[in-house]
Design a protein around this ligand. Structure first.
Ligand SMILES: Cc1ncc(C[n+]2csc(CCOP(=O)(O)OP(=O)(O)O)c2C)c(N)n1
Length: 485
């Protein structure tokens, strides 16, 4: 009897066990006959054959492609709808040794993410894009996609797509290959075994080119979505070959060497531009780094026009000059003035994972609505600075230190309501000791443009600090100051 060898098995690039409910463990998220499963397999096998698993980062955006992170035992990053190629750009630039894959559907890549893909391709980012074109919005139940065929019925074109109303199908492979930078663009189809073998070759080639640092590569994969087509899997495959591939011809649209050499920015020149010395900072070098052993998080909130975002930037800049890792995340309404505005700031001795601050150590509330909205979020032992002479009668915050500073009134006395945020900065530095006062003074004077306002800023910083003595601290408990010790 001849010996049998197992030739088909689960690729080691897939997790051994998928994160699914127990009763669904035997199946994937994908519908029977869906092209995503086949494409996953091709990518996993190619990564394995090229020995790239440990260097790979998959970017999964919104759509059925999002499920990729349940299957690939590689690095995984989930991106907002359409933003995968922009996120992949950042990942690749920060980790040039990584193999970065942007895995996108047609709604994602050719509708909401059109700008991102065009510009990533035009810059010649050294990433690989696998573009799954199933001519529909699969995940949301079959709305028209940019690649839906003329006459094709979808939930948003029940009469069939009409080019004079909805435009015609967008041919991304052709469009991308009009740009100078892409090195490899091919369209393949999952219509039958012969074409799947061709698709497999294209997938592997694109990854191999990325491994060589060749430049931007994209494979458009025509794929069946039996569920939205309301067809048996076999029929859906045939439809891909006989109907979809007629509108989207298969073939290689670009296969050539890079026309632009990749730019490499020497660290020194970047450092010069940013006005920093370019050396990495050791823990011993930073005074504050040694003092703080954990991150200090702040939320600064008020209304537009109060300098809320600027106050956050000043704090972040001061932290930066103290050799700390910093982040600043603004959030504001569409109105420039009077709408609500807040920002999240983190000062940390270590790299910062996320700039979001849900429970701050310190809240600066420049108006009453902000105090009501964010006050309860402050961590126990933290600090609230409130722009007012006293707290509203119905508000009490247990376990936190509250400092009421009439920053707007003080600013008015100085001669400009605009400097209320700087009064608060002075008070904040005094109340929490989280950054040195002298460094904040330096930051203020280095940003100075208008001498009259500069003088007011300096006074405001000083008066904010002086105002804050122990008498205005309500509910203070000795010790915690909201800063990492
Ligand atoms: C910003 C945003 N807009 C819209 C949606 C809703 N949405 C979820 S999936 C999807 C369509 C995805 O279609 P496609 O990229 O073709 O992927 P498929 O599911 O067909 O693989 C949409 C519109 C969303 N999640 N986020």
């Amino acid at each position: 009897m001849s010996e049998y060898k197992l030739v088909h098995g689960r690729s080691p690039v897939f997790y051994k066990r998928f994160e699914r409910k127990e009763e669904n463990q035997h199946q994937t998220h994908y519908c029977p006959g869906c092209g995503h499963g086949v494409t996953h397999k091709m990518i996993a096998e190619a990564l394995d054959e090229l020995g790239l698993q440990d260097r790979t980062i998959m970017v999964s955006p919104v759509g059925c492609s999002v499920f990729a992170y349940y299957y690939f035992d590689t690095g995984n990053v989930q991106a907002a709808h359409g933003r995968a190629s922009a996120v992949a750009t950042g990942l690749k630039r920060a980790n040039p040794g990584a193999i970065v894959i942007s895995y996108q559907g047609d709604g994602d890549l050719a509708a909401i993410g059109t700008a991102e893909i065009i510009h990533a391709a035009n810059r010649g980012e050294n990433i690989t894009v696998f573009f799954l074109n199933n001519a529909t919005y699969g995940m949301t139940g079959g709305q028209m996609a940019p690649t839906t065929l003329v006459g094709q019925v979808s939930t948003t074109t029940p009469w069939g797509r009409r080019p004079n109303n909805e435009g015609g199908p967008i041919k991304m492979a052709e469009l991308i290959s009009t740009l100078d930078a892409p090195v490899y663009v091919e369209r393949v189809a999952l219509s039958d075994s012969k074409h799947i073998i061709q698709a497999r070759r294209a997938v592997k080639k694109a990854l191999e080119l990325q491994k060589q640092g060749a430049g931007f590569t994209m494979v458009e994969i025509l794929s069946p979505c039996p569920t939205t087509l309301k067809m048996e899997p076999k029929m859906a495959r045939r439809w891909v070959g006989e109907t979809l591939a007629k509108e989207f011809p298969l073939g290689v649209f670009r296969d050539r060497k890079r026309v632009f050499e990749p730019i490499s920015v020497p660290q020194a020149s970047l450092a010069e531009v940013l006005g920093i010395d370019g050396k990495s900072v050791t823990k011993e070098e930073g005074h504050v780094r040694r003092k703080h052993t954990r991150a200090t998080t702040l939320k600064i909130a008020g209304f537009g026009g109060q300098g809320i975002l600027l106050l956050g930037q000043l704090i972040a800049e001061t932290g930066m000059r103290e050799h700390m890792e910093v982040s600043w995340l603004p959030s504001y309404g569409p109105e420039m003035r009077s709408g609500s505005a807040h920002c999240h700031v983190t000062l940390s001795p270590e790299r910062i994972g996320s700039p979001m601050v849900s429970h701050p150590d310190i809240l600066v509330a420049m108006n009453e609505p902000s105090l009501r909205k964010f006050g309860a979020q402050v961590k126990p032992g933290g600090t609230i600075l409130y722009n007012g002479r006293s707290l509203p009668e119905d508000l009490h915050f247990d376990g936190v230190t509250v400092a009421c500073v009439p920053a707007s009134a003080i600013a008015d006395q100085i001669g400009s309501t605009k400097v209320a945020n700087i009064v608060m900065l002075g008070a904040l530095l005094e109340a929490t000791d989280c950054l040195p006062f002298t460094t904040a003074q330096e930051v203020l004077s280095s940003l100075a443009k208008n001498p009259e306002l500069t003088e007011k800023d300096e006074r405001a910083l000083e008066e904010g600090r002086n105002y804050l003595d122990t008498e205005v601290m309500v509910g203070a408990q000795a010790g915690p100051d909201g800063c990492g010790e």
